[in-house]
Design a protein. Structure first.
Length: 262
């Protein structure tokens, strides 16, 4: 199925509000909880975290709630989204615990070798070419630091897309379901992401496929790298009750670099 790209930034106030309502629905909160839990298992117990394409800020807010020792930053290109993120931060009672700033994923406003973990949840499908973004992530990460990125996966044909659209309408409001289906159409396949990753400076990461039903319904593709000192991070934090996703790495999607343990 040919890719139909979305705009890089979500700026319309009505769409931002619809997006915010959708991500707070029970079903999508399970995906967010799963993502946050996975990021916190990547081997960082304390240090600096950057969430790129932070949107309405739910990922860094949830991460800070689960591990207050982390110094967390969120960056997004949309001023409207950042306004919503700051509103959500205020509602969470954690003002001052997460720092939101406006910035381009392809030109991050941070110095080199600054972060211990970079996360990114459903940004990549907005980009024309992910390589400049991957290069920026590699630049701001410390040596051996962790990466946790996830996005929707574009299906091979429109029949699967229409099935997605039908399922989304059952768990989301109309506009949110429409936007989610547009995101699926704009997404990359695991093979495409692996090619882009190989072109970039972000080494030692792997492309991982996630299924909602084992080997049947591929819904998420990830780019992940655990922290080099994962074994020293101590006891993993407890997991939230979240949506089960079945992980299928596949050796053909592994990128060269240091061993991705775990």
């Amino acid at each position: 199925m040919q890719r139909e790209k979305e705009p890089e930034s979500m700026d319309a106030a009505a769409d931002v509000r619809a997006f915010d309502r959708s991500t707070k629905s029970f079903f999508l909160r399970l995906f967010i909880d799963n993502f946050v839990d996975s990021a916190l298992q990547a081997g960082i117990g304390e240090g600096r975290v950057l969430d790129v394409g932070t949107g309405n800020g739910l990922v860094p807010i949830k991460m800070q709630e689960k591990n207050p020792r982390l110094e967390i930053y969120g960056v997004d290109l949309s001023a409207e989204m950042l306004e919503q993120a700051r509103e959500n931060l205020k509602l969470s009672g954690r003002e001052g615990k997460v720092r939101f700033t406006r910035g381009d994923a392809k030109n991050l406003p941070f110095e080199d070798d600054y972060f211990d973990l970079v996360t990114c949840n459903h940004l990549i499908h907005h980009l024309d070419d992910p390589v400049p973004f991957f290069n920026e992530v590699a630049r701001v990460l410390k040596d051996g630091a962790a990466v946790m990125m996830r996005d929707v996966s574009r299906p091979g044909n429109r029949l699967v897309l229409e099935y997605y659209r039908l399922m989304l309408r059952l768990v989301m409001e109309k506009r949110g379901a429409e936007m989610a289906a547009e995101s699926v159409s704009s997404a990359f396949t695991p093979e495409e992401l692996n090619d882009y990753l190989q072109e970039s400076d972000l080494q030692g990461a792997r492309v991982t496929r996630y299924f909602l039903v084992p080997t049947v319904l591929e819904v998420i593709v990830g780019i992940e790298r655990v922290h080099r000192d994962r074994e020293k991070a101590g006891k993993p934090l407890p997991r939230t009750f979240s949506l089960p996703l079945w992980q299928m790495p596949g050796r053909r999607f592994l990128a060269p670099g240091f061993s991705n343990r775990g």
